[in-house]
Design a binder for this molecule. Structure first.
Ligand SMILES: Cc1cc2nc3c(=O)[nH]c(=O)nc-3n(C[C@H](O)[C@H](O)[C@H](O)COP(=O)(O)OP(=O)(O)OC[C@H]3O[C@@H](n4cnc5c(N)ncnc54)[C@H](O)[C@@H]3O)c2cc1C
Length: 398
C-alpha cells in the first residue's frame, strides 16, 4: 500500500507503538494525545506492568507473549546500547495457590501448557516458597510454580522510549491536543477536530484511546466497559527483603483473591494491586479509590507479607481497564466507516504485548493479513454482560 497520511489518537502503548511501526513502513504519521505523554490518567502510565506468558488454557495468548518476549529482549539490547538501561526486568513470575493446583484451575492449566510448549517452570510447595522467597509467610500458599521467563516492564518509561524512537523516525507528535470528534465525508473518516476547533485531515485515522474509545466511537459502548482498579505503592522498612532476586513478580491465588505484585522498584516502592470486577468509572470522571480498598490489601499483606503490613503508602491510583466483553483486544477497521481503525480493548492485560502491538495494528490499518487479527476483529456478536467477569475467570488478569 502506498504511503498515506495517518493520524493516531492516543499515545498510550497501543498508539505510540502503532505510530512508530506505521512510520517505519513509510507512512506520514501524526500522533496526538489530550495531555502530556505519558498522560497521568493513561492505563500505560505506571512504574510497572507484568510480562508473563501464563494464560491458563489460552495457547493463543501464550504464543503471542512468547513472540513479544523476543521483542522485549531486543528492546533491552537497544536500551542498553543507548544508555537508557533495561526497562524490561526478567525477575521471573511466581504463581502460587492456597490449595493444591487442580485441573481446570488457572495455575494448573498454565503449568500444563508451559510444559507442553517446552518451558521449564519450577514447581513450588509451601517449603520451597518459604526457602526461596522468605518475605512470604510460611504455609498459606501450598502449591504453584516459579517461571524464570517473564517479569515486569517500567511502563511509563517504555512509552517515553517508544515516543523518542517515533520522533526520531519523523512522527509528528502533538501533546495537549484533545480530539473532540472525527470529521467525516459521507461514510468515510477524513480527519479529526480538536477541542479547540482545529481540524487535521488524514487518509486514515486510528482511535487508540484506551478506555476513552467509546467517547469517539460511541457505537462500541455496548461492547466495552471502563472499570477502575486500585493500585498501591508501599515503602518497606526492610527493602532488602523485597529485592527481585528474593521477591519476584507474583500472583497470589489470583483467580480467588485478585492480588498480584512486584519487587522493589528503583524508587524503593513495592507495588501491590488488586485484579477483580473493578468499579464502573467514567474515564473523564473522578478517580476515587473505593473505600476499604487499602484495608482489604492490608489484610492480605498482614497474612502473606508481614514485613509489608505496616509499610506507608507512598503512592496510589485508580487505574482503568478498557474491558471488552470477552477480554480480547479490539483491533480492526470500522465495518461501516472507511478510513477508521480502532485499536483498544486492552482489558487489563495489553501492556505485555507492546513489542508486537505496533505490527498488528499497522497490519489492521493497511488491511494486511495477520493471524492474530482474527481474534481481535470487529465482533459485535459479543455483548457486554456481567462486566466481562467471565473473561477474568479465564485468567485474563494483568
Ligand atoms: C490497574 C492496571 C494494571 C494493569 N496491569 C497490567 C500488567 O501487569 N500487564 C499488562 O500486560 N497489562 C496490564 N494492564 C493493562 C495495560 O496497562 C493496558 O492494556 C494498556 O496500557 C492500554 O494501553 P492503551 O494505549 O490502549 O491505553 P492508554 O494507555 O490508556 O492510552 C490512551 C491514551 O489516549 C489518550 N486519549 C484519550 N482520549 C483522547 C482524546 N479524545 N484525544 C486525544 N487523546 C486522547 C489518553 O490521554 C491516553 O494517553 C493494566 C491496566 C491497569 C488499569
Amino acid at each position: 500500500m502506498s504511503d498515506f497520511n495517518v493520524i493516531i489518537i492516543g499515545s498510550g502503548i497501543f498508539g505510540v507503538t502503532a505510530a512508530l511501526e506505521l512510520r517505519r513502513r513509510g507512512h506520514r504519521v501524526t500522533l496526538v494525545d489530550a495531555g502530556p505523554i505519558p498522560h497521568p490518567d493513561a492505563a500505560s502510565t505506571d512504574i510497572s506492568k507484568i510480562i508473563r506468558m501464563e494464560y491458563g488454557t489460552d495457547e493463543h495468548h501464550m504464543a503471542l507473549v512468547e513472540q513479544a518476549l523476543e521483542g522485549w529482549d531486543d528492546w533491552n539490547d537497544q536500551w542498553r546500547e543507548d544508555g537508557t538501561g533495561p526497562l524490561f526486568h526478567q525477575t521471573g513470575v511466581l504463581m502460587v495457590c492456597r490449595r493444591p493446583m487442580a485441573p481446570g484451575g488457572f495455575e494448573f492449566e498454565s503449568w500444563q501448557l508451559l510444559n507442553r510448549r517446552g518451558h521449564a517452570p519450577d514447581r513450588m510447595d509451601a517449603g520451597s516458597i518459604a526457602r526461596r522467597f522468605p518475605a512470604w509467610s510460611t504455609g498459606n500458599h501450598v502449591d504453584g510454580f516459579y517461571h524464570a521467563r517473564g517479569g515486569y516492564a517500567e511502563s511509563s518509561k517504555v512509552v517515553v522510549a517508544n515516543l523518542e524512537w517515533a520522533k526520531t523516525e519523523g512522527v509528528v507528535v502533538r501533546e495537549r491536543f484533545r480530539v473532540a470528534g472525527l470529521t467525516k465525508d459521507g461514510a468515510r473518516v477524513v480527519g479529526i477536530t480538536g477541542e479547540d476547533g482545529a481540524v487535521l485531515d488524514a487518509d486514515e485515522v486510528v482511535v487508540a484511546t484506551g478506555t476513552w474509545v467509546t467517547k469517539l466511537v460511541p457505537e462500541l459502548a455496548p461492547l466495552f466497559r471502563s472499570s477502575g482498579h486500585p493500585v498501591f505503592h508501599y515503602a518497606p522498612s526492610n527493602p532488602e527483603a523485597f529485592r527481585a532476586e528474593v521477591f519476584p513478580v507474583f500472583t497470589a491465588d489470583i483467580v480467588h483473591t485478585g492480588f498480584y505484585g512486584f519487587p522493589l522498584s528503583r524508587d524503593g516502592a513495592v507495588k501491590i494491586a488488586t485484579h477483580s470486577e473493578g468499579t464502573d468509572t467514567d474515564p473523564d470522571g473522578p478517580r476515587e479509590i473505593p473505600a476499604g480498598a487499602e484495608a482489604h490489601q492490608r489484610a492480605f499483606l498482614q497474612e502473606t507479607f508481614p514485613l509489608l503490613a505496616d509499610a506507608p503508602v507512598v503512592a496510589s491510583r485508580l487505574c482503568l481497564y478498557s474491558d471488552t466483553r470477552d477480554g480480547d483486544f479490539w483491533i480492526d477497521r470500522h465495518p461501516d466507516l472507511a478510513g477508521l481503525t480502532v485499536a483498544s480493548g486492552g482489558s487489563g492485560h495489553g501492556f505485555k504485548f507492546a513489542p508486537v502491538l505496533g505490527g498488528i495494528i499497522a497490519d489492521a490499518v493497511e488491511g494486511a493479513a495477520n493471524p492474530w487479527l482474527e481474534r481481535f476483529r470487529w465482533r459485535p456478536e459479543i455483548r457486554l454482560e456481567h462486566g466481562g467477569e467471565e473473561a477474568r475467570h479465564h485468567g485474563k488478569g494483568p
